[in-house]
Design a binder for this molecule. Structure first.
Ligand SMILES: [Zn+2]
Length: 61
């Protein structure tokens, strides 16, 4: 089960080198560091995901 979850996350990491479309589309993108969806309309999320080596932000925080 956990092994499947890891494999499922791999394409997201592998796509980070050529994902300009994701970064420019609409008002959200998938963070290449933590694979979390970042809402560009939320300045706090944007700043958080610009930090090197950060962890996924708590959606409920
Ligand atoms: Zn992130």
């Amino acid at each position: 089960m956990l092994d499947q979850a890891v494999k499922g996350a791999s394409p997201v990491v592998a796509a980070r080198r050529d994902s300009p479309a994701l970064r420019q589309c609409c008002d959200s993108y998938v963070c290449p560091v933590c694979s979390q969806v970042v809402e560009l309309t939320d300045y706090r999320q944007v700043v958080w995901h610009q930090q090197p080596g950060h962890r996924p932000m708590d959606a409920d925080a």
